[in-house]
Every structure is written in C-alpha cells, then in structure tokens.
Design a protein around this ligand. Structure first.
Ligand SMILES: Nc1nc2c(ncn2[C@@H]2O[C@H](COP(=O)(O)OP(=O)(O)OP(=O)(O)O)[C@@H](O)[C@H]2O)c(=O)[nH]1
Ligand SMILES: [Mg+2]
Length: 216
C-alpha cells in the first residue's frame, strides 16, 4: 500500500466537532498505552503524524486523520482514521473516565460513516475485561471489528502464531482472525490495510473491493 497523503484533520470532544461524514472511517480503540497512535503512524508510514508518548493517557480527545492510500493496482482510497482515547487508565479520575466513556460511546454508536473498529490488544497481555466489554458493545451496535494484537516484537518468533490463536480463542474468534502487529518491526501493516480496504467497500475509482454490505 502506498500512502499518497496523510494529514491531521481535527480534534473533537462532541458530535458538533466531528468532521463532515463524507469519507469511510475507522476508529482505533484499545486500552491506554496499548499502541493505538503508534499503529496509525505505522499504517501511514509517518513517524509522528500522531503523538506517541511514554505517558499513558496522552490522547484525551477524538483525533481525526485523513489518508489517501493507493493499492498496487492503482486503486485509490480516501480513508479517515479516528484515534480514540485509551480506556482503563488508572490515574484518571472516575469522573473523567465516565466522560471519556460517554464521548467514545456516543461516537461509536452515532457516527454514520464508521465502517469498522480496529480493536487493539497487547499480544503479550492478551484481552483484558475492558477489551472484551468494548468488543461486545461494538458488535451489538452492530459494527465490524478487526482485532489486532500489537507489540508482537516482544514475543519470540516461535511464540507469535500460537499466541495469536490463544488471543482469538479468549475472544471467541476464529483462530486466524486476530492479526499480529508491531509498529517497531513493521509487522502486519499489509494485513490490517487489506481488512480496512475490504470493509471500506468501494475504492475512490469506483471499483468494488469486497464490500461487506450497504453503507451505514
Ligand atoms: N515494543 C513495542 N512498543 C510499542 C509498539 N507500539 C507502541 N509501542 C510503545 O508503547 C507506548 C504507547 O504507545 P502509543 O502509541 O502512544 O499508545 P496509545 O495506545 O496511543 O496510548 P494512549 O494514547 O495513551 O492511550 C509507547 O512507548 C510506544 O513506543 C510496538 O509495536 N512494539
Ligand atoms: Mg494515543
């Protein structure tokens, strides 16, 4: 996948701030510090489009990015990413956590152009109860979910495949459905892109690319 452009669009905390719903969109969700922002940077081959930090809880708003991606066939896709604040960060007050939860749920349930949620878990840690809760909630909307287990670089090479199958089993998913990823070693980028493109439905040039249903 060639990235023709990638740019920060806007930040929002409420529906009035969401960008106009005119591009297929994907949300990146996961617990605080799991590697959401790093995943977006890796997918768009930019080192610091999205701010990454060692301080968990850095992302506190919905952050939107516009990307133009081009397949080898020449098919171009305009895609929008929404980087969500991480959940489960202990040092945030209960009141602030509730506020984030409302902001995220309002967005996931109400965003017309949302084509799927990239649910990110730590490959080593596996799904936490909060990850399972989010997954169940998102599926009930219903929205398509792509589960990605990141930081696989921290696992020995022989552990990676069996670990992904374990993560899938814990989440009641088919063994091969959880994609392994590493922003550090740039693993899984093509696999994630190909899921996103097929969920996005139709390329900008009008070529159907495995659409999964009517646009929402
Ligand atoms: N080893 C390894 N570290 C990673 C990877 N991806 C992210 N990290 C590290 O994990 C930390 C958190 O990364 P972020 O991308 O900021 O995580 P986030 O989920 O956006 O965090 P919040 O916005 O705070 O919720 C940083 O120190 C990254 O360098 C990866 O694939 N492998
Ligand atoms: Mg972040």
């Amino acid at each position: 996948m060639k990235i023709r452009s990638a740019e920060f669009l806007t930040t929002a905390t409420a529906p009035a701030g969401w960008p106009s719903p005119d591009v297929p969109e994907f949300a990146f969700a996961g617990r605080s510090n799991v590697g959401k922002s790093s995943m977006i940077n890796a997918l768009v081959s930019r080192k610091s489009l999205v701010r990454v930090s060692n301080t968990p809880g850095r992302t506190r708003t919905l952050n939107f990015f516009d990307v133009t991606a081009e397949e080898e066939s020449g098919a171009r896709h305009r895609i929008r990413f929404c980087d969500l604040p991480g959940y489960g960060f202990a040092k945030v007050s209960q009141a602030e956590r509730e506020q984030w939860k409302r902001m995220i749920e309002e967005y996931l349930a109400g965003r017309q152009t949302l084509r799927g949620v990239v649910s990110i878990v730590d490959a080593e840690v596996g799904p936490t109860p909060l990850d399972e809760e989010l997954l169940a909630w998102v599926r009930a909307i219903p929205l398509d979910v792509v589960v990605v287990a990141t930081k696989v670089d921290r696992l020995g090479k022989a552990r990676r495949k069996p670990r992904l199958a374990e993560v899938a089993k814990k989440m009641d998913l088919p063994p091969a459905s959880v994609l392994g990823f590493s922003a550090v070693e740039r693993i899984g980028i093509d696999a994630v892109w190909s899921r996103l493109i097929s969920l996005a439905g139709v390329s900008e040039t009008g070529v159907p690319v495995g659409a999964t249903g009517e646009p929402r």
